[in-house]
Ligand binder design. Structure first.
Ligand code: GRF
Length: 216
């Protein structure tokens, strides 16, 4: 089986990266992580990559005059690793339209809300303030606007009495770790077709349950 060659871009702790590395550790998984690239030297996620024997690169954005130069340096690393698709996993730099277009339909991101609700920062605080009964996470193809693009996988997570940002974020993160490997698998298996900015999934199984919060 030819596996899809993937770069994971991170800025921080890298728990989603770890979930992807764990999935890709199985030879049956259709994608392999060939590069982990961080814009921060101190990103905790780099240790997960090293432990899994995956090559790492640090491209420090503060060392470049502008975004385009920073991205050229990243793309040199990405090209050298023969990368075919990119996963953004807690990568905290905005990408230029040029970069996004070059990787159109080959770059995906995870966001800790049910998009299009609560795009951007402070997601969990805003969900709590809005009083939603459910939040969740989304994996989507990347478009120029932050946290926008065709949605591949979503999971719902209930908001529980007494939740604060930290508790809610932890519950959503557990769902993220299931969704990201699933979304990358669907991409690598060639099962995603974008039709009018919506994703069609071949042989996708839909859940047959309805979630209600609070329970009736
Ligand atoms: C996750 O909540 C992800 O959805 C968001 O940033 C966070 C990254 O966490 N984009 P980690 O670095 O994967 O642990």
């Amino acid at each position: 089986m030819k596996r899809l060659r993937v770069a994971v871009l991170i800025s921080g702790r890298g728990s989603n990266l770890r979930a992807l590395l764990e999935a890709a550790a199985s030879p049956a998984y259709p994608a392999e992580i060939t590069l982990v690239l961080s814009n921060r030297r101190g990103a905790g996620g780099l240790a997960h990559a090293r432990r899994a024997d995956v090559p790492t690169a640090v491209v420090d954005h503060t060392a470049f005059a502008d975004r385009a130069a920073f991205e050229r340096a990243m793309e040199a690393e990405i090209a050298a690793a023969g990368v075919e698709a990119i996963c953004l996993a807690g990568f905290m730099r905005r990408l230029t339209a040029g970069f996004v277009e070059r990787w159109r339909d080959r770059m995906i991101n995870i966001h800790p809300s049910l998009l299009p609700a609560f795009a951007g920062l402070d997601t969990h605080r805003r969900a709590l303030e809005a009083g939603v009964r459910f939040t969740g996470c989304s994996v989507h193809f990347v478009r120029t606007e932050v946290d926008s693009g065709p949605i591949i996988v979503q999971a719902t997570v209930p908001v529980l009495p007494g939740d604060d940002e930290e508790r809610l974020a932890a519950r959503v993160l557990t769902a993220e770790h299931r969704c990201y490997p699933l979304a990358l698998r669907l991409l690598a298996e060639g099962r995603l077709t974008i039709v009018g900015e919506r994703v069609e999934i071949s042989d996708g199984r839909a859940p047959d349950t309805v979630a209600i919060n609070p329970m009736p």
